[in-house]
Design a protein around this ligand. Structure first.
Ligand code: GLN
Length: 456
């Protein structure tokens, strides 16, 4: 804990931690020492973690990287973080992210961007750590903490993990409680671990997960000992390679990485099969209707009354002006864009054409996966991202759709509610980390982690 606190203090330039909690860290570390001395040491005992700012942590600033929540200190602790503290983990502080988890580069944060600790060989251009869990990925990659929590609505754990050479797991929808996690798109949001190794992800997921009556979508399914499932034996398992993920213009290095990954799994005794997920090309448009629709509804609660920021009002301003001014000041441009898109696709007259159609497409995407798993496929191998980490500012200056295209390989998993993991699997020709994604059957994170361990 002391070493991490020092590292984090020395690495302020990365802008990964946004609220430090050294007193709490030292207190929890002491308690962990006492537990160790008593011989009562759960797996996470004394492990110093960073927590994404989207998680409500009692009495500690929890702003979802938004100005509209400035000064918000929750009265309660999210279930996932409480589970981690109960398992003996230590909180170093809160980590930067895209505002309300909307983004793929951590550049929409009210705290400013995060810097990826990696650089292209011979080039000092600062790079994005990915998003929206960019503070988490940078902090783990730069050794500021041993692991971090992330959340993933359309790729926000897996893409930043790929951009920083770490492991990121998005569990099955319903595996980790969403209670106390600031909502973005409730039918897609899922918390998960961001770690240095697959084994760490197995240990941390077990601590985070579990049924929670406070989240109506939390599943009453037992949490197995994921670490014990890392046998290294994947002989006889069937891995699908979806042809629709072979996008036009895919960089050669991504293709090579993907082929090498398949090779490694084959060498370990898996059978590699070609599969088809025919509705893949509709995933991104469906996601960018459903996610903003749910976000516009979830974000309606930020009204200047219940939480955080309220605008200064002029003489004669009424409640409508109060809402307008507060929301205009409090929300950044990307969040405002999502609220506008979401409100539009949900509005009478457009609801059927956009939102309802996107829901139907979502059902077809889910069915694509069900059909493939019904043929005996155990996991699906794809690239995690279409490229390595890009330069800060590079995409943000292009139109927003360019940024959305980054999520092309990750959003299907959220739409279908499946577990997905990104594993560091190689480097591009400029030395930057690249990730491969494995997609698993629902509730089979254990088998998924075991397969991922072979790739690592
Ligand atoms: N990049 C996607 C978005 O901006 C996904 C974000 C996420 O998973 N939280 O919506």
């Amino acid at each position: 804990t002391e070493a991490c606190l020092k590292e984090a203090g020395d690495a302020k330039a990365l802008n990964a931690f946004v609220h430090d909690t050294p007193e709490q860290a030292r207190e929890q570390a002491k308690a962990a020492d006492a537990r160790l001395a008593r011989g009562d040491a759960p797996a996470m005992c004394g492990i110093p973690l960073g927590i994404k700012d989207l998680f409500c942590t009692k009495s500690v600033g929890s702003q979802a990287a938004s100005n509209i929540l400035s000064g918000f200190r929750p009265e309660y602790e999210s279930t996932v973080t409480q589970n981690l503290w109960d398992a003996g983990a230590v909180m170093l502080g809160k980590l930067n992210m895209d505002e309300f988890a909307m983004g793929s580069s951590n550049e929409t944060s009210a705290y400013g961007n995060v810097v990826n600790p990696w650089r292209r060989a011979g080039d000092d251009t600062p790079l994005t750590p990915g998003g929206s869990s960019g503070g988490s990925s940078a902090a783990v990659a730069a050794d500021l903490c041993l692991a971090a929590t992330g959340t993933d609505t359309g790729g926000s754990i897996r893409q930043p993990a790929a951009f920083t050479g770490i492991v990121g797991l998005k569990p099955t929808y319903g595996r980790c409680s969403r209670w106390g996690v600031v909502a973005f798109a409730s039918s897609l949001d899922q918390a998960g671990p961001m770690t240095k190794t697959v084994r760490d992800a197995a240990i941390m997921l077990e601590a985070m997960a579990g049924y929670d009556p406070k989240d109506s979508t939390s599943a009453e399914i037992p949490v197995p000992d994921f670490e014990a499932m890392l046998t290294g034996d994947i002989r006889g398992s069937k891995i699908g390679i979806p042809r629709e993920y072979r996008m036009d213009g895919m960089p050669g290095e991504i293709e090579t990485l993907w082929a090498r990954g398949a090779e490694m799994l084959r060498d370990a005794g898996a059978e590699i099969v070609d599969i088809s997920l025919p509705h893949t090309k509709y995933a991104l448009p469906a996601y960018y209707v459903i996610a903003p629709a749910e976000a516009s509804s979830n974000l309606a609660r930020y009204d200047g009354v219940r939480y955080g920021h309220r605008a200064k009002l002029a003489q004669g301003d009424g409640i409508v002006q109060m809402y307008e001014k507060t929301r205009a000041e409090g929300f950044g441009p990307e969040v405002q864009r999502r609220v506008m898109i979401g409100t539009y696709v949900l509005s009478a007259g457009f609801y059927d054409a956009y939102y309802n159609r996107a829901r139907k497409v979502r059902a077809l995407i889910k069915k694509d996966f069900d059909d493939v798993f019904a043929t005996g496929v155990d996991a699906i191998l794809t690239p995690a991202t279409p490229s390595a980490a890009f330069g800060l500012g590079e995409m943000a200056e292009a139109d927003p759709v360019q940024m959305y295209l980054n999520d092309v390989f990750t959003v299907t998993v959220n739409l279908a509610g499946l577990p997905g993991i990104s594993v560091p699997a190689g480097q591009d020709d400029r030395g930057l980390p690249l990730g491969l994604q494995l997609i698993g059957r629902p509730w089979e994170e254990g088998a998924l982690l075991n397969t991922a361990d072979v790739l690592e």
